[in-house]
Design a protein around this ligand. Structure first.
Ligand SMILES: CCCCCCCCCCCCCCCCCCCCCC(=O)NCCS(=O)(=O)O
Length: 515
């Protein structure tokens, strides 16, 4: 009966009105499709632009390397790139090797590694110009050393894309503080390296530059977010690199690629001029740090950075130089150990490496005390996830607008995009069966007001002191724990689901190769 009424009322309608209605609907749909088409075209243009800029810089670098090898056919490139940083700096300083030779040897190797691993976002051709006045930096600790920098480390005239389209065509107006200081110390930044889209991921793929691969197994990720650095250094194409880390971004790629990485306490090294997709987030602080083949290289880089130049360029950085005495001390240490934090179980290979390391250190006379990080599940959900995404992931999502979402990020983005009421409802339903997913979903809602944000900050502060008190109670000098690893398959990290600030580092015990 109802159906008949409807049919009747439709057939009774004025045909002109019906045509206008249909035309408006079709017009609206066409407009939406057209706008989508235009958007997609704009997106394609941006992606093409970023890629062709990278490809052009690679091509120019290839020509420069070619040209150099014709003028200097006897250059011992293979020998140069096999030197340790200590040996390289020594040869540069004594003059038995020129900065020009070192730069071209590394440029050649980096181009070769990039072909295999897709780890570069930009070749910094200005590095060759820097050679003309490098003699002014003769006394610098890194005189003539070619170095790599992560995409988000600001270098004048070049984009810091963070792997998102909205940051393409926004070149840095100035070198960031870290680059300025390293240049004054004689280092020559020559390449920028790849990152995951938005930087908050442990894989290394984005729609602009694609997926970077692990130097030891092409089926695996190099890790993220400083994954391009990990791949390049692990593949031998750089001797020293600069990464950033908020929740593992130096440590995880270092572990996955079999190299060393150091995440200093936040603001130990200036963050001025670095790019991020969640600027202003203060619950879990980001840090800049070195990545290299050995620990001495990390120490040399820290020593070079912790100088008057940096303290003057960024007076918010505590003016505390590198403590050589502490670094070279042979004092027996009291080492806290934590093989399993009760949240993430280490893989068997990591456990073995951890135990072997502990045994060796014990034999060397160091004392071990068990350490359990306090309230780890609470810290993971309420302090880290809720802190990183206190705005309900709004800033990150707005940075992804206008472009495709990379497959490595998709699994992470789906829950971010759910409406708050659905996250909350799912969180309540899942609490009895999947308590961690339930807690994560609730944390993904972020904070609800400014007082709530202040409470979250206060909780981080309290937790930091709780952690430090436990550290002090046990009179620990250092904490030993296993790293995440071995490297995961490509596109797996996004499916995975630190807030105190002791400075952690990653050192390889041996290289884990898995098939
Ligand atoms: C439909 C129901 C689906 C239910 C599934 C729910 C799953 C809940 C997922 C929870 C995800 C939480 C993810 C938090 C991710 C944080 C990742 C942090 C990575 C940090 C990497 C890093 O250190 N980046 C450096 C950034 S910077 O220093 O350069 O700024």
């Amino acid at each position: 009966m109802e159906r008949t009424n409807t049919e009747f009322s439709l057939s009774e309608m004025d045909p002109t009105f019906m045509s206008v209605l249909a035309a408006t609907a079709c017009g609206g749909a066409a407009l939406v499709l057209f706008m989508r088409y235009c958007n997609r075209q704009r997106m394609k243009v941006k992606i093409r632009k970023a890629r062709s800029r990278r490809d052009a810089s690679v091509q120019q670098a290839e020509q420069a390397v070619q040209q150099f090898s014709t003028t200097k056919p006897d250059a011992e490139n293979a020998r140069i790139v096999s030197l340790s940083l200590t040996e390289l700096t020594k040869r540069l300083q004594e003059g038995s090797l020129s900065p020009e030779e070192a730069l071209h040897a590394y440029m050649e190797k980096a181009l070769e590694v990039n072909k295999r691993l897709n780890c570069a976002t930009d070749i910094l051709l200005e590095s060759r110009e820097q050679l003309s006045n490098i003699e002014n930096c003769r006394d610098g600790l890194l005189y003539g050393v070619p170095i790599s920098i992560k995409d988000n480390v600001g270098y004048k005239g070049h984009d810091s894309t963070c792997g998102v389209l909205c940051k393409v065509d926004e070149p840095a107006e100035e070198d960031c503080v870290v680059v300025t200081v390293l240049k004054r110390q004689g280092a020559i930044p020559f390449i920028k390296t790849n990152i995951p889209q938005g930087l908050l991921n442990y894989d290394c793929s984005n729609p602009l530059f694609g997926q970077s691969l692990n130097p030891h197994n092409l089926q695996k990720t190099p890790g993220g977010s400083s994954g391009g650095e990990g791949a390049l250094i692990g593949g031998g194409g750089s001797i020293l690199g600069i990464g950033t880390d908020i929740g593992g971004s130096i440590r995880i790629p270092s572990s996955f690629c079999g190299i060393c990485g150091f995440k200093p306490t936040s603001n130990r090294i200036s963050l001025r001029g670095l790019s991020s997709c969640c600027r202003g987030q203060k619950s879990v602080l980001s840090a800049v740090g070195p990545m290299a083949r050995d620990v001495d290289s990390l120490a040399l880089c820290m020593k070079a950075l912790l100088c008057e130049d940096m303290f003057a360029l960024d007076p918010t950085v505590p003016p505390m130089p590198f403590d050589d005495k502490a670094y070279l001390s042979t004092k027996r240490l009291r080492i806290g150990y934590c093989e399993n934090d009760g949240y993430l179980m280490p893989s068997p290979s990591m456990s073995r490496a951890f135990r072997e390391t502990r045994e060796l250190l014990e034999k060397a006379g160091h004392t071990f005390v068990p350490f359990t990080p306090p309230r780890i599940a609470y810290a993971m959900h309420e302090l880290i996830v809720k802190g990183l995404l206190a705005d309900g992931a709004e800033t990150l999502l707005s940075n992804l607008k206008g472009g495709p979402v990379d497959p490595c990020l998709m699994a992470q983005i789906i829950p971010y995009r759910l409406p708050h009421w659905l996250k909350k409802t799912l969180s309540v339903i899942l609490r009895p069966i999947l308590p961690r997913i339930s807690a994560s979903l609730s944390a993904l809602c972020g904070v609800s007001s400014v007082p709530d944000l202040w409470r979250q900050h206060a909780s981080v502060e309290d937790y930091t002191h709780e952690f430090i008190s436990e550290w002090q109670r046990l009179k620990m000098d250092v904490l030993l724990c296993p790293m995440l690893g071995p490297a995961f398959n490509l596109n797996y990290c996004g499916k995975l689901t630190c807030t105190v600030h002791p400075p952690p580092s990653t050192v390889p015990v041996d290289l884990f190769l898995s098939v």
